[in-house]
Write a protein of this length. Structure first.
Lengths: 497, 505
């Protein structure tokens, strides 16, 4: 079932090249819709109380190294796959014309997007460490071409920066993977099976080093302060659609990897490094928020808010309570949608105005009320207004963290106040106040754009009031991760429903 | 005194003999076949003998684990695999060499002389290149299966001499090409002298030149260790020169740049397979017991080679020089396979050599296509915007670069993974970490070329891609297919290598 999804993308992709521009768009949109439908069907069949991996599929790939094509998902992976496949068609619909300004054909753009989507599903469902690594690295190539080929401004520099940072992290992880592989050979046969690798015996020094190899790779991806510097450039230069996939989905591979690989493979080292990581996470929260306030460019602003949000997610993961981890997973999902909303609506504003400087906007509320409201709602979701989905996850993370690291949680709360600043200031400058000259004739959203943004905003509001369907899927998996680590929650768990 | 007639085991030597016969026939064709028909006949003979030799290698694979020619040659699994790799690389390169635009029409004429101009105008083509290639291939085939120091030296010279000549045959920029040839020849002669010097010391140590004898003396431990150490060091220098390891690499950028591009590709790929084949045999079987003497030295060499090759490649402005430094870096990666000194290391090295060789020929095949009115353009700045004008050529080149960089789903990644994990298994953690880090540096300059081709706007002075001839297209296509296939489904080759990768002494 899981293997079917990448396959659909790939097959449709193969038929793509013949189409003309419009045909290519329609085909890509159709392909992503089918993929999304199939993933939702899978989610329906998912047994949420079963903490084992589901939809498991194992095929031999490179037997001489003990490498398998092995996939399977738990609740955490399911939620992230759902997020990816739902965002993909929305991104295509929202950015219907964004591939036009690229260096290459529109067709290539959608081929890259579909390849990327296939890999996104693969990376979340892989249970073979080698397979995961292969996809983790191979994903960089389509993103690199998406930024460098279709972006704006200093796009090729941003693309190279992104690629080199990621490659550096990836190769550190490769060194760790090689070490794991060699150790597995000494302890009963070469394997890359995640479950078997988790049971390897190793000295705590080895474990610490290998943990760092994985963690730095994920921290660059996530991105955590001080590994974040590639993100603002990449986000600024990419097209809005690419940015959504980059920040919304790809960066989640980092935080997902922390849960799936760092915690599972190196429980002891995770505990050792937790204090450091919590500090880095808190710094990310505050640093990202403060820099976001100072940004003059709309896309960079969103990028820095994301750094702050990723700080919350990382903190939630390493606070090691089932609550904070459930919250962190839900946060990943919600952040995907709220960032998508911000980038999509922001992208429309930028495309209409021809500038991404916040000061160039002004009075949009009067000129384009629908677009302005959409942006406002997206912003509110980003600052975690109660009643919107991000509030639930942020609250869970903070409560979960408080039970173990009260000081960190308290400092992180300051981030929420700063969030109000970094969202409200641009909202005020861009939407309200006198209409900046040149903005008088901007067009409001058309029907296609309304269709694209509606499901995102609907999800943000609906999950704000009723997050239970997702939490019910996430929570058993998070509890399971924690119990494997030998952690029990310090206080009786409050079910987050 | 009784003389026994030497038992040569002709069938086991047949691959080499076939190639040599082909080469000699090629020389006769030069003398007896008319000018017009020569290119076709020569190509058919060369291709025919390469394919025949390949078939013969595959036929005798079950007879392996034996010696031939009175013990001076050993036929075992790794030896046959190296021969296979060399022959396959040679077959792919021969198509590239068949594109005569790259070679001077009259090698004997002075550059820029009337004689040269006349030869070019009359449409003379240089067909001597085929027998020369075959002679080189014969030497390469012998190199990794040689089992005494004299045979090893003969093979070294047989493979090197034609290459010195071939490096000087470029049609464009002939002076640079001749300079490259001379440089290669002088430094090569120098390194041969080192090799011979070392061989003499080893003989002095063991009292024999045969590998088995040296090994026995080493195990017995009766000889003088200083002499052994000197012998190992000098022999190693001779071999490290051939693979282009730092600090014995100085020839390679100039030679790579000056030589005709098809020859550069052939040389970079096939010589590396042959030289690493010989090196692996020597250090895995003969000198394994002396690993405390040579392994630390090799670790240092590997580390400097990887770092130096990757770092210097960054600043290159010429695509052929960049590929030269990249091949230096790859020599460093391959040295980690020698250091590994375990079965996994041998398997990984064989895989890596094959994958790298094929991708190298493909990449140089593409370099031959990018030209302007005066010939091939290797200045990287003028490659800008290639992705726009010739997306397929640029994409293929980008793919080869990604394979060199070791991005997953290419053959380079599997090779790198295998070779690093073997080295880690042997405890060479530091070398592996340096290897991983220099892979990042290396990735940087490969990506720089991709940026240049795809993300930079073209300059005005019309560099264009010529429509590739069928044969060049074949070279690139085969290389591309093998590179993809080995990246996605490496199992068949890995499984093929595994049972064969056992050296015998």
């Amino acid at each position: 079932m899981t293997a079917l999804l990448p396959l659909i993308g790939a097959i449709l992709l193969a038929t793509l090249p013949k189409g003309a521009e419009l045909r290519a768009k329609q085909l890509a949109f159709g392909a992503t819709l089918v993929t999304a439908a199939s993933a939702i069907a899978m989610a329906v069949q998912f047994q949420r109380d079963n903490t084992d991996l589901q939809f498991v599929e194992v095929r031999s790939w490179i037997p001489s190294f003990g490498i398998n094509y092995a996939v399977g998902i738990d609740g955490i992976a399911l939620v992230l796959i759902l997020m990816s496949v739902i965002l993909a068609p929305i991104v295509i619909l929202a950015g219907w014309n964004e591939a036009q300004g690229g260096r290459w054909s529109v067709k290539t753009f959608y081929i890259l997007i579909l390849v990327l989507e296939t890999m996104m599903i693969g990376v979340f469902s892989a249970t073979d460490v080698f397979l995961f690594y292969v996809i983790f690295e191979a994903m960089l190539v389509p993103v690199y071409f998406l930024i460098g080929g279709y972006g704006t401004g200093e796009r090729s520099a941003a693309a190279v920066k992104f690629l080199l940072y990621s490659l550096f992290g990836g190769l550190l992880m490769l060194a760790s993977i090689i070490a794991l592989y060699v150790m597995s050979g000494d302890q009963g046969g070469h394997t890359f099976d995640l479950a078997k690798l988790a049971n390897l015996e190793m000295s705590s020094t080895t474990q610490n080093f290998l943990f760092l190899g994985f963690f730095i790779a994920f921290a660059i991806k996530a991105p955590l302060w001080p590994f974040h510097t590639w993100l603002p450039d990449a986000a600024q230069s990419a097209t809005p659609g690419t940015s959504v996939l980059l920040l919304g989905v790809l960066d989640k591979v980092g935080t997902f990897g922390m849960i799936r690989y760092c915690l599972t493979l190196f429980p002891e080292a995770s505990k050792t490094f937790t204090p450091v990581i919590i500090v880095l996470a808190v710094i990310s929260i505050i640093y990202g928020a403060i820099l976001a306030i100072g940004q003059k460019d709309l896309k960079r602003l969103i990028a820095f808010t994301s750094i702050s949000h990723f700080g919350f997610i990382t903190m939630g993961i390493f606070a090691m309570t089932s609550q904070s981890q459930s919250g962190a997973t839900l946060y990943m999902f919600n952040h995907g949608f709220s960032t998508a909303a911000l980038f999509i609506v922001g992208g429309w504003m930028i495309a209409r105005r021809g500038s991404s400087t916040i000061a160039d906007f002004g009075g949009l509320q009067r000129v384009t009320p629908v677009m302005a409201w959409c942006f406002f709602l997206a912003g509110m979701s980003s600052l975690a207004l109660p009643g919107l989905s991000s509030f639930v996850s942020e609250f869970l993370v903070l409560v979960g963290t408080y039970t173990r690291y009260p000081v960190a949680a308290i400092i992180a709360t300051v981030g929420i106040i700063l969030a109000a600043l970094y969202i409200l200031i641009p909202v005020q400058r861009a939407l309200h106040g006198p209409t900046t000259p040149g903005n008088e004739n901007l067009a409001d959203l058309n029907l296609r754009e309304k269709f694209a943004i509606a499901p995102v905003l609907a999800a943000i509001i609906a999950l704000g009031f009723y997050p239970a369907p997702l939490l019910n899927v996430i929570n058993p998996a998070a509890v399971h991760v924690n119990s494997q680590l030998g952690f029990t929650d310090p206080v009786p768990t409050v079910e987050g429903k | 005194m009784i003389f026994n007639s030497p038992a040569l085991s002709y069938s086991l030597l047949a691959p080499i003999l076939i190639i040599l016969a082909g080469a000699l026939i090629g020389v006769l064709i030069e003398a007896f076949v008319g000018k017009a028909r020569r290119p076709v006949v020569q190509l058919s003979v060369a291709l025919g003998s390469l394919v025949l030799a390949l078939v013969q290698v595959i036929r005798i694979r079950n007879l392996s684990s034996t010696t031939a020619a009175m013990g001076s040659v050993v036929i075992d699994g790794p030896g046959l695999l190296f021969q296979c790799a060399i022959l396959i690389v040679a077959v792919i390169s021969i198509f590239l060499i068949a594109d005569q635009d790259n070679f001077t029409s009259s090698a004997a004429a002075l550059p820029g002389s009337d004689e040269e101009r006349q030869a070019t105008q009359s449409g003379t083509v240089l067909t001597e290149i085929y027998p020369l290639t075959l002679f080189a291939v014969a030497g390469m085939l012998l190199f990794p299966i040689a089992s005494d120091l004299i045979t090893l030296f003969v093979a070294l010279e047989v493979l090197s001499l034609p290459l010195y000549l071939m490096a000087g045959l470029s049609r464009h920029r002939r002076l640079a090409s001749q300079e490259a040839a001379l440089k290669y020849f002088l430094l090569g002669a120098f390194s041969s002298a080192f090799f011979l010097f070392g061989a003499a010391y080893l003989y002095g140590y063991a009292g024999t030149v045969s590998f088995a004898g040296i090994h026995a003396a080493l195990v017995g431990g009766t000889g003088n260790d200083v002499i052994l150490l000197l012998g190992i060091a000098f022999v190693a220098i001779g071999l490290l020169f051939k693979v282009g390891a730092v600090p014995f690499h100085a020839w390679s950028p100039d030679v790579y740049q000056g030589a005709p591009t098809p020859i550069t590709g052939f040389m970079a790929a096939a010589t590396k397979v042959a030289a690493f084949g010989a090196m692996l045999r020597l250090f895995y079987t003969v000198l394994a017991e002396a690993q405390w003497q040579w392994r630390p030295f090799f670790m240092v060499i590997a580390i400097i080679t990887m770092i130096f090759g990757s770092l210097v490649a960054i600043s290159q402005r010429d695509v052929k020089r960049m590929l030269a430094y990249s091949s230096i870096a790859h020599a460093g990666f391959l040295l980690t396979g020698v250091i590994a000194l375990n079965k996994a290391g041998l398997e990984a090295s064989i895989y890596y050599l094959f994958a790298y060789g094929v991708a190298t020929v493909g990449a140089f095949g593409i370099v031959t296509l990018v030209r302007d009115s005066s010939g091939e353009v290797s200045d990287l700045n003028r490659w800008a915007g290639l992705g726009k004008r010739s997306p397929w050529v640029a994409s293929a080149f980008a793919f080869f670069l990604l394979a060199f960089a070791g991005i997953p789903l290419t053959s380079g990644f599997i090779g790198k993974f295998a070779i690093f994990s073997a080295a880690y298994e042997s405890g060479a953690t530091a070398v592996v970490i340096v290897g991983v880090l220099s892979s990042v540096i290396a990735a940087f300059f490969y990506i720089r070329v991709i940026v240049l081709m795809f993300f930079t706007d073209a300059t005005e002075d019309g560099t264009s891609v010529v429509i590739p001839s069928i044969l060049t297209r074949l070279t690139i296509l085969i290389s591309l297919v093998i590179t993809v296939a080995l990246g996605v489904f490496p199992s068949p080759l890995l499984d093929f290598i595994k049972p064969l990768a056992i050296f015998i002494r």
